[in-house]
Design a protein around this ligand. Structure first.
Ligand code: SF4
Length: 470
């Protein structure tokens, strides 16, 4: 009986002891310059994770493309995918935190058989990960249905998360092979979300969708138009990645160094029609990541927290202290018990939360605005991958325990040390920044995978891969 009670007590603790320890480790590892009050790493979570080398191939020919030149010569193989996802994510769950967000990424996920895709997501869930599939979005409803619903007709998931990369840097979409203007792709964006709405209608599977755009000198000025047209399509996040010199060098054809962070962020703000405060919540180094969380009420976007209001900042700090590390994707009943325990331990959280609600209502224009409009949570994010050459120089020194005297290299080193996006190498017992994976490790990995998984046959559902043509 005592054993049973102590098991229940441990299970319903607001924050798992292993998570607490993982957060402390992450915080201790962070460089001093990112240990700001807004820093989420080490306080709310350990950061995002992703897979690599699990299905390297893609059937598009984007410019730029972050996959190395051999990726398209590696066969998509379900058994390999499942074994690698299990190894990589299993390793992350043991050396990082028991729960985290993780991307199923590393090629085009929809080239996987739907059953293999579903199995990979379930493996990630088994390891405590909240998986998100990263895709170009050029698949049909039938694929989505077969992913969500098993051959026995039963629902495999209550909720699916996808990040869809849809922009004019891409070549190969069936509906529009090449687009000159972002606007020409609005139909594809809408079509993508509609598939998920239909899945929810017909099978009750909820969804979280992110829209990804690679930003180049050619399309940066079209960001406002893109946001304006697609903000109400059903995406919960708009993520922008300024292009970097990484991946297949045959597909680099513009001067990506002109894409300064402020320039891109201003374009995003112009699309939203509002300032986007990215200093309220920080994910690693702001030179890597900027994020603004908020919601639309009608045509207006509002930030969740007002950076100019000390009471909102106090709420953030208290949230980190009292609820940081809580697993909000836990089963609802379990989450409810954990929340009750956390609130009982910190009763001030109730009046603070209510006061924030009152302030926010005032800020958005009063209760009548809430009656007229639905709240649509929408986040805007910018993730700036680094150039492969810069990463190579910085990483080589980091591996030797040296800090560069060159300010540019030192900046890269600082960013790598504060990385918010990790990938695992269980064989060498290492976790590396995604920038290191793509800049340094991917090419050799894909050369090796090409030998292990050579292209042997063309599956009927697969369209022509672009192959090595640049
Ligand atoms: S180091 Fe690279 S992968 Fe990590 S957060 Fe920065 S840009 Fe992203």
């Amino acid at each position: 009986m005592i054993d049973w009670l102590s098991r229940i007590e441990r299970l319903t603790r607001p924050v798992d002891d292993r998570t607490r320890a993982a957060l402390q480790r992450r915080w201790d590892e962070l460089p001093a310059h990112v240990k700001t009050p807004a820093q989420t790493l080490g306080r709310a979570g350990v950061g995002c994770e992703g897979t690599h080398g699990v299905f390297p191939r893609c059937n598009f020919a984007c410019r730029p493309c972050y996959h190395s030149r051999d990726a398209n010569h590696v066969r998509v193989d379900g058994a390999h995918t499942l074994a690698e996802v299990d190894r990589q994510i299993g390793y992350l769950s043991t050396v990082r935190a028991p729960h985290a967000h993780a991307q199923l990424i590393g090629g085009e996920v929809s080239l996987l058989d739907p059953d293999d895709h579903a199995a990979a997501l379930l493996v990630m869930r088994r390891h405590g990960r909240e998986p998100m599939s990263f895709t170009h979005g050029d698949f049909d409803y039938d694929y989505l249905r077969r992913l969500a619903i098993g051959p026995d007709g039963r629902r495999r998931f209550r909720r699916l998360s996808f990040a869809a990369h849809i922009d004019t840097t891409m070549v190969g979409r069936r509906g529009i092979r090449r687009a000159d203007r972002e606007q020409q792709l609005d139909g594809e964006r809408r079509r993508f979300v509609e598939m998920f709405r239909r899945l929810r209608r017909e099978h009750g599977v909820r969804f979280y969708l992110a829209h990804n755009m690679t930003v180049t000198p050619d399309n940066v000025d079209q960001i406002p138009e893109l946001i304006g047209a697609s903000r109400h399509f059903g995406f919960s996040m708009f993520s922008f990645q300024p292009a970097a010199y990484v991946g297949d060098e045959r597909r680099w054809d513009r001067d990506y160094r002109t894409l300064e962070a402020d320039r891109v962020w201003r374009k995003i703000e112009a699309g939203v029609g509002s300032a986007l405060p990215y200093d309220v919540l920080q994910f690693g180094d702001v030179r890597c990541n900027r994020a603004a969380f908020g919601f639309y009420l009608g045509e207006r976007w509002h930030s969740l927290l007002d950076p100019g209001d000390p009471a909102d900042l106090q709420l953030r700090d208290s949230f980190f202290e009292w609820f940081g590390g809580m697993h909000f994707n836990a089963p609802r009943a379990l989450l409810a018990v954990r929340l009750v325990r956390a609130v009982a331990r910190h009763p001030r959280s109730v009046p603070m939360g209510l006061a924030w609600l009152r302030r926010t209502m005032r800020r958005v224009g009063g209760a009548w605005v809430l009656l007229r409009h639905r709240i649509v949570p929408t986040a805007f994010v910018m993730h700036r991958f680094m150039h492969a050459d810069d990463v190579s120089r910085a990483w080589e020194l980091l591996e030797r325990g040296e800090t560069s005297a060159d300010p540019a290299v030192r900046e890269t080193q600082e960013r790598l040390k504060a990385c918010a996006y990790a990938m695992a190498h269980p064989g060498t017992r290492r976790v590396v920044p995604a920038c290191v994976q793509h800049s340094i490790l991917d090419p050799a990995e894909n050369v090796q995978l090409r030998r292990v998984l050579p292209l042997i046959s063309r599956r009927p559902a697969e369209r022509d891969a672009p192959g090595p043509a640049a």
